[in-house]
Design a protein around this ligand. Structure first.
Ligand code: GLA
Length: 388
């Protein structure tokens, strides 16, 4: 039975009616890390790993949500949303909370969800849950919310209910992702361009399976450090409002007035924004080697200046650095664990992943995982009995 069939049949068994089915993907980010909340550029793509929702309105204000993968159910009432102890219900209630705060007429609902996005691997399973649910609720009530507003609502759910001050990238790519394409997103204007990605190049993820427990506190701290940088730079350049407005020349001229750690954070972000643009040009020129070199540079910046890497991520990147069939590699996402993203010539994938895994195992006893991914479309309805 496929994942979507398992979710749908569990729903029918529990709630005795036909649900609407929605697929909501995870994401990779090719380049542009920790730039989204600095109003900069990112280049993510939606994945073939996804969460599936089976959902239908229910009478009254009672909600029952069943997480198939962990076999847990959470019940809550729309007029009493309380933060839960364990993780996933907060993503669900956070979305409902945002919809209600924005005045949308959400009612009670029944939902079953499950999927194959590995949790804690940095593939944005949480954004898939938030944005996918926002999309699904928008369909079943129907609330007539446009896609960009759904993205912002889902991001706000994570900021306010879950308490991670994440940027907009993950929710954005979840909703706007396109088959076979990476999206260059300008996180200030929220405009984007689609860039076709060469199907001859495989996007392979090596998962350290280090759970990133530091991730949310250190993530919020990085955000604050960037804010400190902007505040200090504004003394000389009152016109700037984010690191997006800052050039290396401006940074150099204020170096002495900045705390050295804050300076390194800012330097990384300013350089990373420039790299994203150059990497996109390389992609357009089909120069995947140049693209890959930018990825390695990003990794170095994240490791040495932004300081969000860890030994396991560094080891994966170092292992592939000299392999000619690997064009580029870097740690991906917030950091402190999760995956590296690697661009590998498709015909060399099997042999390369076997070699990398073997050599990684010589150093770290904990087992890693490998995902060979495909770029898929963003969140959408899955054809089914209720979709017509
Ligand atoms: C997490 C956040 C994103 C982004 C990345 C780092 O995935 O959710 O908004 O900031 O980290 O690039």
């Amino acid at each position: 039975m496929s994942l979507v069939e398992a979710v749908a049949s569990t729903f029918v068994k529990l709630f005795k009616e036909q649900p609407l089915l929605v697929r909501s993907p995870g994401r990779v980010n090719l380049i542009g890390e920790h730039t989204d909340y600095n109003m900069g550029y990112v280049l993510p793509a939606a994945l073939d790993k996804a969460i599936y929702f089976a959902i239908a309105p229910a009478p009254g204000g009672e909600c029952r949500v069943h997480a198939l993968d962990v076999n847990q159910e959470h019940r809550f009432s729309l007029d009493a949303l309380h933060k839960a102890q364990n993780g996933w219900p907060n993503y669900v209630m956070g979305v409902v909370d945002q919809l209600m705060k924005a005045g949308y007429p959400v009612g009670g609902f029944h939902c079953v969800f499950g999927g194959d996005i590995p949790i804690g691997a940095g593939l944005s399973s949480s954004a898939a849950l938030e944005a996918g649910l926002a999309f699904a609720l928008n369909e079943i009530f129907p609330l007539r919310i446009d896609r960009l507003t759904l993205v912002k609502l889902a991001q706000k759910a994570e900021n306010e209910f879950v308490g991670v001050q994440c940027g907009i990238m993950d929710q954005f790519i979840n909703i706007f992702g396109a088959e076979g394409k990476a999206l260059l997103i300008d996180c200030r204007s929220l405009e984007y361009e689609e860039h076709p990605f060469d199907p001859g190049i495989a996007i392979v993820l090596f998962d350290t399976r280090v759970s990133h427990s530091l991730a949310s506190s250190e993530y919020n701290r990085r955000r604050m450090e960037c804010g400190e940088g902007v505040a200090a730079l504004r003394r000389r350049h009152p016109e700037i409002s984010s690191l997006r407005d800052v050039s290396m020349a401006m940074l150099a001229e204020s170096k002495d007035t900045l705390d050295s750690r804050v300076y390194r954070r800012c330097k990384y972000v300013v350089e990373e924004n420039e790299r994203v643009i150059k990497a996109c040009e390389a992609l357009e020129q089909k120069d995947i080697s140049a693209f890959g070199r930018y990825m390695f540079q990003t990794h170095e910046g994240l490791r040495d200046e932004y300081e969000v890497s860890c030994p396991q991520l560094d080891a994966f990147v170092d292992l592939v650095r000299e392999m000619p069939q690997v064009y580029g590699a870097r740690m991906m996402g917030g950091g402190f664990g999760g995956c590296t993203v690697n661009l590998i010539a498709r015909e060399a994938v099997e042999e390369t992943t076997a070699e990398v895994t073997r050599r990684y195992k010589e150093r770290f006893t904990a087992g890693s995982r490998t995902y060979v991914t495909h770029i898929s479309r963003g969140t959408a309805i899955v054809p089914g009995p209720r979709a017509a």
